[in-house]
Design a protein around this ligand. Structure first.
Ligand SMILES: Nc1ncnc2c1ncn2[C@@H]1O[C@H](COP(=O)(O)OP(=O)(O)O)[C@@H](O)[C@H]1O
Ligand SMILES: [Mg+2]
Length: 325
């Protein structure tokens, strides 16, 4: 993070982020950032440079105030009384920013085509075993379902699903790609950044990515794994008028739970419950299978939670989209 000196150092710019990365893939990253700047006022590329092995991308700090933004991870640690009043607006802002990436049109496909094309059943099965999925199923006591069985049923289903297809999405709306700024009035605003860009798909997929990664990528919560605290969000049938018992055990648990409820309210204005449930399941499977890559577990704080969440999301799909299986 830094500022540019202006007018021979007599003044300086707003805060900027300097992303030094490998040269590989940098052209895409820069193109996506510049293109996001054309659809979103809060994204502004100040400059970019490409060398033999390194690249640099400089973007203005997301937000409208001059202060430094914080992250969802930071503000979810604050007392719920401070955070909760802002959550409906933050979820609405994220949903509106997502919608602004591209136009949506109604589409219809066999349900399997809604799923990510690059799933590897073997990887998912391997991680499910390695992360002790059977123990998760047992602990879930009927709320969970074997995710591999659900995956197979969705892949084999010939049922057609209607949904809104968005021509361009954010593409990587994980928990760390939302900047939060505090206004003078003590409210919080949310701004999406680090756009992967270009990818088409269901209009609420980005929201499903954010929901699932809010559970799996967040710092630890004193009250136990976030996936367990959020169990109630997955235990019934997904519907726009569902009411959820809160997980008000700690600030982090309560804020996350409440944020997800608000994200769902936004998602279910833009998609049917069966489509959103399938996308949540699909995102949970991507996280579980993704554990095969890299030593950082793809930002997943506690890997066994991925198996637990995949089983919960499989239960949610089975109950919500029974007619599509
Ligand atoms: N434009 C921006 N506005 C606010 N925060 C930013 C911005 N760019 C980067 N950051 C901060 O830097 C971190 C890493 O930047 P990001 O572009 O998401 O790179 P990557 O996720 O590929 O490492 C973010 O999590 C965020 O804290
Ligand atoms: Mg990022």
């Amino acid at each position: 993070m830094g500022r540019f000196f202006l007018l021979r150092g007599r003044t300086y710019s707003l805060n900027h982020f300097f992303k030094l990365a490998t040269a590989e893939g940098a052209e895409n990253v820069t193109r996506n950032a510049r293109s996001a700047g054309l659809t979103h006022q809060h994204v502004k590329v100040a400059g970019s440079a490409l060398g033999h092995s390194r690249s640099l991308l400089v973007t203005q700090s997301a937000g409208k105030t001059t202060g430094l933004p914080s992250s969802l991870n930071d503000i979810f640690a604050l007392p719920p009384g401070r955070v909760t009043p802002s959550l409906p607006k933050m979820a609405a802002a994220v949903a509106e920013q997502v919608a602004a990436f591209g136009a949506s049109t109604p589409d219809q496909h066999p349900v399997s085509q809604l799923l990510w094309r690059s799933h590897s059943r073997d990887r998912i099965a391997g991680q499910w075993r390695r992360r002790n999925g059977l123990a998760a199923l047992e602990a879930l006591n009927g709320d969970g379902v074997d995710p591999l069985q659900t995956f197979d049923r969705l892949m084999a289903s010939s049922a057609l699903v209607r949904y809104e297809r968005q021509e361009a999405r954010h593409g990587d709306l994980n928990f760390s790609n939302v900047a939060v700024e505090e206004t003078d009035a003590g409210q919080f605003n949310a701004w999406v950044f680090d756009v992967a860009g270009g990818v088409a798909g269901a209009n609420v997929r980005d929201l499903a990515t954010l929901e699932v990664t809010s559970i799996l990528h967040q710092s630890p919560c004193d009250a136990g794994p976030m996936s367990e605290l959020c169990r109630g969000l997955f235990s019934g049938v997904l519907s726009a008028d569902a009411s959820y018992d809160s997980a008000a055990v700690t600030a982090r648990g309560s804020n996350t739970h409440r944020f997800i409820v608000e994200l769902r309210a936004q998602a279910l204005r833009r998609a049917t419950a069966d489509v959103y449930a399938i996308l949540l399941f699909d995102e949970a499977l991507m996280q579980l299978g993704g554990l095969d890559f890299g030593s950082s577990y793809n930002k997943i704080y506690h890997p066994p939670d991925s198996a637990y969440l995949a089983a919960l999301a499989a239960g949610l799909v089975t109950r919500t989209a029974a007619n599509l299986l």
